[in-house]
Write a new protein. Structure first.
Length: 367
């Protein structure tokens, strides 16, 4: 086993998740590389020191450059707002350091292209954080589709819906300012990534993006609350997606339904340890969707638990990501999703935003 010094930018919601994952991944997956929590960076030295003490880092800083340039920081996790991603990643890649970046890859398509160029020029390992597609159930769904178990896919419906801004009296915050922090920048990337993972490339989109609550206590809202999108996949399948932060009652509505010529699949992240599978076989009277509980027979479940139906959780998805990032570093082989895969999500988002403004279908290849 070889130790590797990890530096994490951001110690809040996702920073904590990645710190916990890096602490646990060696024990869960018996990785060849064993992370050492070397340094954490936050917006103030006081908060950075608090994160250091809470998560077990050796050192803390309020200067991201100090973290990136430190020789004991050998790999970097970016868990800060989207507008910071490009600058930090480019600096790290210039030093040949591997980078894991939370989604979306950049605050814009231009940022994403620049980050891909820097990553590929450096040759260093690079990954984007799309954790939800890594649940054992969704990995199993991806495997079923790839193996042709539901035949040729003809239709996809996906949503990422939450209700953290359903109340129009909820105050304005940084989340209500700037396109990158709106629903298309925050929630949509996860489901678009799922669609690409499950069905393959998207060729065309038609979208409507809206701000429902234009003002909130404390200020105006300058980004979107919800959006709907029709799409066409390269394999010919039709698709429809909906994204919302005002979907009253939805807490983690990352859900999809996939129809094929021999069967269908349904999944909802609010019940993340189950997948519903329909097979068009046997007597009509006994056909129906079957609920399959995740267990040791499904991808990446057994390292967490030996009992079927006991379930994995949100933090486990981040640990699986950490395992994959370490594997990319150790083997020198790309592990999905790379920065280039993350850029494809940004291309779809850029096309959708243009479609909404122009009220017309957009071809992804033009972006």
């Amino acid at each position: 086993m070889t130790q590797i010094g990890i530096g994490i930018l951001g110690g809040g919601y996702m920073g904590k998740a990645h710190a916990v994952a890096m602490s646990a991944v060696g024990a869960v997956f018996d990785t060849g590389l064993r992370p050492r929590l070397e340094m954490v960076c936050a917006s103030t030295l006081e908060s950075a020191e608090r994160y250091r003490a809470a998560y077990g880092f050796a050192r803390a800083t309020d200067d991201w450059r100090a973290l990136v340039n430190d020789p004991n920081v050998e790999a970097i996790v970016i868990a800060t707002p989207q507008e910071t991603h490009r600058t930090v990643a480019e600096a790290a890649f210039a030093l040949g350091k591997p980078v894991f970046c939370e989604k979306p890859l950049g605050a814009s398509l231009d940022d994403s292209r620049a980050m891909v160029a820097a990553a590929e020029a450096s040759g260093a390992a690079n990954m984007v954080g799309f954790n939800y597609i890594r649940t054992p159930a969704s990995q199993f769904a991806r495997q079923l589709i790839a193996d042709g178990e539901i035949g040729d896919v003809t239709w996809f419906r996906g949503e990422h819906t939450e209700d953290f801004y359903a109340d129009p009296e909820a105050p304005a915050t940084w989340r209500t300012t700037g396109e990158a922090n709106g629903t298309m920048g925050d929630l949509a990337p996860h489901m678009i990534n799922a669609a690409l993972a499950l069905l393959g490339p998207i060729t065309r989109v038609m979208a409507t993006v809206e701000t429902v609550h234009a003002t909130r206590p404390g200020g105006d809202v300058t980004n979107d609350d919800h959006a709907q999108m029709m799409c066409r996949f390269e394999n010919g399948a039709m698709g429809q997606m909906y994204f919302s932060r005002i979907a009253t009652g939805r807490k983690m509505g990352y859900a999809y339904e996939i129809t094929g010529t021999k069967g269908a699949i349904r999944f909802d992240q609010e019940d993340q340890n189950a997948i519903w599978l329909y097979r068009m076989e046997g007597p009509e009277a006994t056909r129906g969707f079957t609920k399959i509980l995740a267990g040791p027979a499904h991808p990446d479940y057994l390292p967490f638990c030996q009992g079927p139906g006991h379930g994995t959780g949100y933090q486990d998805q981040i640990i699986i990501e950490a395992r994959d990032f370490l594997a990319a570093i150790e083997t020198g082989k790309p592990v999905w999703p790379t920065f280039r895969d993350g850029m494809e999500v940004n291309r779809v988002i850029a096309a959708a935003m243009t479609s909404s403004r122009d009220e017309a279908w957009q071809d992804i290849e033009t972006f």
